[in-house]
Design a binder for this molecule. Sequence first.
Ligand code: HEC
Length: 144
Amino acid sequence: MTSRWCVLLFSAWMLCPSTASAAERPAVTQHDIVPLMMLRCTACHGPRKQESKLDLRTCGSMLRGGKSGPAIVPGKPAESLVLKKIHAGKIPLRLKVVTASVKPMEPREIALLTKWIELGAPKNNSPSPVNRIEWNVFKIFLSH
Ligand code: HEC
């Protein structure tokens, strides 16, 4: 059993099409951004709480925005509320961060978010490479 799992994990790693798929899709898509939001923001702008009526879980909900209007303006990072807030150093609020145990975005993550908005917030509707790998692994698993 253990060796089967090793083979499985190894094949998942081998299947990883990170370089092959780079040419087919924009450099940054919502597949890169949504997980970031999940990590840094959705504790307060997600399923349980939506501070300022803002939900940051999907492209659609970011475009819809919250109390102050759209959270992102595709193609215009400087006008995008998420970046304005992040650069103002007000996100997340210091005291609340401790209770929600979320860390602020790192510069690398902010750069990625800025790039995504600059590119016009592209969506990649084809299944993400990760989903494809999971599906392949699942099929291998079923066949045993
Ligand atoms: C610990 C809780 C918390 C986390 C985590 C958090 N926020 Fe917020 N956010 C708030 C609260 C509270 C408000 C309302 C008060 C304010 O506007 O400062 C708010 C408001 C906002 C607004 C203004 C919405 C509007 O329409 O007025 C934006 C944009 C925003 N947050 C973006 C983000 C982003 C992007 C992240 C992740 C990097 C994030 N927030 C993480 C608590 C949080």
